[in-house]
Design a protein. Structure first.
Lengths: 776, 272
């Protein structure tokens, strides 16, 4: 450790760090030695601050700044771009933009939504990383006063059958998938919240840096909606839940840098340990103190631990805080004050309450056997002050501490994939193409994972993640929950993301993610109501990566704004780069929520019977760029599907009206693999074939009709007697493409025929075959 | 007894997680259900929160992962009950009051020795166990159950014999096994087999219709007196048609298949 650190003469580990007269070199050295991850410029700002204070900082203060000013905590690279494009899409049914967004559900209830990433911990320790990801997102919802009702976990990995060398320090995708799924299963199932949707995205570019995004929905009585900050000065801060230990130290800094070949050894301490059986009573107790209005605010301890939560809860109330750090209950003795202050140990929450309510609050936690300890008081001074047995060890201006730097970093706009340069691949016959696309890991059945997650606990799952004949199911578009027992109003959740589009054309890719999310929601009869986004991108200090980020965010923001759909919460995860600087596919993961007024009118994607009429809603264009067909068969370039919001809105309104009139037997959106795969999946889940005649689609090439992934499209099954009315509602947006019939998918245009059973096999087995333990 | 007078104790400890829907299911058939922490029943709670088991008419053990299931599913919860209120539970059962255990609750009843209870009310050591599923995995999937009770079990008393019910399963340890070579025969002889997994057409179940490999496809059993029942599948999850897995493919009634289990116990109590 550099000679600038002077141990203070106190009976506990505390250092004064002599930065006031330090050279640039020494400042950089301090940042490196203490793992602060602060740049030289940032260190100079810190030095200037302490010069004004007239003293050197303590190690606790510097560590606290390292946390608060990390990319993870202060969004220093992304904030200007988010501000420009996605912030401020307002609507009067946004109830809160706190730790989770909260929207109006009905007159009495609000629903909460939030997504975040747990990428880097999961790359090192997939089981613990994923499990604590679930723990963290649950707390974000709980601290709104909301009962969690559903989890969603979109995940991105390298191909699970990866052969050959892996980048140094990288774990095999199959191992990562297995660990992450087990982590989600064990935490989600144990804590009793259903995992209702998600997604798997497989690509070589995720091999060195997998993505684990976790989302949670909750339901809260509007009268019980909690705040995430104190009510004012003179209140008591009570630390709730797990004890504090050395697990999860510097997690935010680890999350704000690229992975390296030695991340495993260097950063294992940054991975926290989760405990769902502690979490469960913590949730109950928090709801009880909140419902009894004994507390003024609550917030979870996530990135940065105490160092972030104390300051934020105080500052958002216009206050400061005095903390007695020695009161924090520890897992082990001997932790230095700075470690206690920044530890990200799991299962902890903080609440604030008036002094007269402390006793009542503590009694409730005692009843639930949950540790609860008053550790701080809010003050009318906008400073955080820390004491150890009365001795001052930290005294900083809160606005300086939590303000953090903001960067307008340089970016270059990416070159996008175009139709002019398109090279259409050589294709085998269409029956082979269809079976091949169905067996792509990105399309193939995820049943191996889905059935390990309890997706029905809480007894509110109305539309399940897999749909169709029992135990012969196919893929659904969105899941629907019944959040309030006894009421038939549904809350739908769906994931939308196309990282391949986003790589080939970030702006259209970003818009496409929104389009896909809306399509999925509308396919089950839900009106899209809100989005939450997890923006997983590469190193923002590289202008190409930041350019991708900027363009994708522009696409998302413009689409959401034009739709008038707010994004009341979100998360940014940058520095997703593998050892050696290989970046991931730019991955804007969208979770959309939609409202279903009467769940009895919800629709699923499985064909319901033979003899119905099939219609394609939306127009199919020559947009083959980054399509599954091209990726699988070696096509190059091509136009990435664009988004036409006015037309999307019109089609959504039409479909929802048709569903409300009960004209739609089944509905499925066209995404990976285009129209052909959408119909194939409906055959598989419904156990019925189809006979297609695509002459009504206005495009010269049959293969483009079949496999183009143009946005804004759905396949709809309608009973013959209802076709006239359906077409009347849809105007020119729906074109007949065939009927349901027999036990194979037939394409009359060129005589293709594929057995439904062969499609089922091609779709069902690939992931089971690799992950093992396949059903007989 | 009138339905609204029926008081149900839905018992929980840390890690119990199906108590809301269990209480909701009893309320849906007209009873009063209270979620009660074990601590409240064994005098470890503040005075105002203490409860007496004998004030209740039904005891329900909901699903979940009580105490994390870290030793063996249900073992810790069962040990705490035996230590803290074993005699109260025994008296409750001997009074003929209904006791229901679902999923982890079933595992607890077996650990407690309340099931199968071939001799006496509550055996000192468990006579059976719910082992890890044959697949080695947690299995969340639809299952079809056949009512094989010949009339003894309170919880099946309003279900026509051999009637099929779609009630979902979600567990990793549901394979009922015993060291006793005559286990199944004894259950059969005593009319203790309540539900069996079957295929949707009623034929004997194969995986995945028997999701765990349970002997003789047993999904739920009762005690010889018929007032204690444990089952792995979750009837409380299908009180309405609209939480069934395939209702969009057509349905006759808006009632879910699980409802009749709760109605059975209410009708039984009405007669008392």
């Amino acid at each position: 450790m550099s000679g600038l650190m002077v141990k203070r003469d106190v009976p506990f580990p505390l250092y004064d760090v002599g930065i006031l007269s330090a050279t640039d070199e020494q400042l950089e050295q301090v940042s490196a030695d203490m793992s602060l991850a602060l740049s030289l410029e940032e260190m100079k700002t810190v030095r200037d601050y302490f010069r004004k204070e007239g003293r050197n900082p303590t190690d606790v203060e510097l560590q606290s700044l390292g946390q608060a000013w990390s990319e993870h905590c202060c969004y220093k690279s992304s904030k200007p771009i988010l501000k420009e494009f996605v912030f401020g899409i307002d609507r009067d049914d946004v109830l809160s933009r706190g730790d989770a967004g909260v929207m109006v559900f009905d007159d009495d209830y609000g629903y909460a939504l939030r997504i975040e990433s747990h990428n880097h911990p999961s790359a090192i320790e997939p089981y613990g990383g994923a499990a604590t990801g679930i723990g963290g997102i649950l707390r974000d919802v709980v601290c709104m006063g909301a009962q969690p009702i559903g989890l969603a976990d979109p995940l991105c990995f390298g191909p699970i059958d990866h052969k050959g060398e892996l980048p140094p320090g990288t774990k095999h995708p199959r191992y990562l998938v297995s660990g992450v799924v087990s982590g989600i299963r064990d935490y989600g199932n144990r804590v009793g919240i259903p995992t209702i949707t998600g997604g798997f995205f497989f690509d070589e570019k995720y091999t060195g840096n997998c993505l684990v995004n976790v989302a949670c929905l909750g339901i809260v009585k509007r009268a019980d909606l909690a705040k995430n900050y104190a009510g004012g000065p003179g209140e008591v801060m009570i630390l709730i839940g797990g004890r504090t230990g050395r697990d999860g130290i510097h997690g935010v800094n680890f999350a704000s840098a690229d992975l390296t070949a030695t991340s495993d050894e260097d950063s294992r301490g940054a991975v926290q340990l989760g405990d769902p059986i502690t979490k469960e009573p913590v949730m109950h107790a928090c709801f009880e103190v909140n419902a009894k209005h004994l507390i003024t605010g609550m917030k979870d301890l996530g990135g940065g631990g105490l160092s972030c939560v104390v300051g934020e809860m105080a500052l958002d109330a216009g206050c400061g805080a005095d903390v007695d750090l020695e009161k924090v209950p520890l897992k082990e003795s001997g932790l230095a004050p700075w470690e206690i202050w920044v530890s990200e140990s799991q299962e902890r929450m903080m609440c604030t309450c008036k002094p007269e309510n402390v006793q009542a609050v503590l009694e409730i936690f005692e009843m639930w056997d949950v540790l609860a300890t008053p550790i701080a008081k809010t003050t009318d001074l906008k400073r955080t002050r820390l004491f150890w047995d009365g001795a001052p060890i930290f005294d900083m201006d809160l606005e300086f501490l939590t303000g953090g730097p903001v960067y307008n970093r340089p970016y270059v706009l990416p070159e996008v994939s175009t139709r002019e340069k398109e090279r259409f691949p050589e294709l085998p016959s269409d029956d082979k193409v269809i079976l091949s696309l169905l067996s792509d890991f990105n399309v193939a059945s995820k049943e191996w994972a889905i059935r390990q997650y309890d997706h029905e606990v809480r007894a509110g799952t109305a539309i399940h993640p897999m749909v169709g004949e029992m135990n012969r199911t196919g893929p659904g578009d969105a899941s629907v929950l019944l959040p309030v027992p006894g009421r038939l109003k549904g809350l739908a959740a769906a994931i939308g993301c196309n990282p391949w589009f986003t790589e080939a054309d970030p702006y259209n890719g970003g818009m496409s993610c929104i389009d896909e999310t809306c399509r999925n929601l509308v396919a089950v009869g839900a009106r899209p109501n809100a989005f939450t986004d997890c923006l997983n991108f590469g190193n923002p200090e590289k202008p190409e990566r930041l350019g991708e980020f900027r363009e994708a965010v522009r696409g998302i923001g413009e689409a959401a704004r034009e739709l008038g759909i707010p994004i009341p919460s979100g998360n940014v995860s940058l520095y997703n780069e593998a050892p050696g600087g290989k970046h991931i596919l730019p991955t804007p993961m969208i979770l959309g929520c939609g409202l279903v007024d009467d769940v009895r009118k919800a629709v699923t994607a499985d064909f319901k019977k033979a003899g119905s009429v099939l219609l394609l809603v939306g127009s199919t264009k020559d947009e083959m760029g980054a399509s599954l067909l091209f990726r699988r068969f070696g096509g190059e370039q091509g136009a990435v599907p664009a988004v036409d919001i006015p037309s999307l809105k019109r089609k959504m309104d039409g479909l929802l009206k048709a569903m409300d009139e009960r004209l739609v037997l089944s509905c499925h959106d066209c995404s990976d693999g285009g129209l052909a795969i959408a119909v194939a999946e409906m055959c598989v889940s419904g156990g019925v074939g189809a006979e297609l005649d695509l002459s009504g689609i206005d495009l010269p090439c049959l293969q483009k009709k079949l496999y183009s992934e143009s946005n804004g499209r759905w396949v709809v099954e309608v009973d013959g007697k209802d076709v006239t009315r359906f077409s009347e509602i849809m105007g020119g947006d729906a074109v007949p493409i065939g009927i349901t019939k027999g036990d194979s998918l037939r394409i009359k245009d060129n005589g293709t025929a594929v057995q439904v059973e062969d499609m089922r096999k091609a779709w069902s087995s690939p992931i089971w075959d690799v992950m093992g333990g396949a059903a007989e | 007894m009138k339905p609204e007078d029926v008081k149900v104790c839905v018992i929980r400890i840390e890690g119990t997680n199906c108590e809301d829907e269990m209480a909701g299911a009893f309320e849906a058939v007209g009873a009063q259900a209270e979620k009660v922490h074990l601590k409240q029943l064994i005098k470890q709670a503040p005075a105002g929160l203490r409860r007496d088991l004998e004030d209740y008419d039904v005891l329900a053990f909901p699903g979940g992962f009580s105490a994390g299931d870290y030793v063996r599913a249900g073992a810790i919860f069962a040990a705490r009950i035996k230590a803290g209120m074993g005699s109260e539970v025994r008296r409750f059962v001997e009074d003929g009051k209904p006791v229901l255990g679902v999923c982890n609750g079933f595992q607890i009843l077996v650990e407690l020795g309340l099931l199968p209870a071939f001799e006496g009310t509550m055996s000192d050591v468990p006579a059976a166990a719910l082992y890890t599923n044959d697949s080695g995995r947690f299995e969340c999937r639809p299952t079809v159950l056949r009512n094989d009770s010949r009339g003894k079990c309170i919880f099946a008393s309003s279900i026509p014999e051999k009637k099929l019910l779609t009630i979902p399963s979600a567990h990793a340890e549901g394979k009922l096994l015993s060291m006793d070579p005559d286990f199944v025969q004894k259950l059969e002889d005593n009319d203790q087999i309540v539900f069996r997994y079957v295929c949707p057409d009623g034929s004997p179940a194969r995986y995945p219709w028997n999701p765990n490999g349970s002997q003789s496809d047993i999904a739920g059993i009762c005690n010889p007196a018929g007032n204690v029942m444990g089952m792995m599948p979750h009837p409380e999850r299908v009180m309405t048609r609209f939480t069934h897995p395939d209702w969009t493919r057509g349905y006759i009634s808006e009632e879910g298949d699980g409802r009749v289990v709760f109605e059975s116990v209410m009708r039984h109590l009405e007669k008392r």
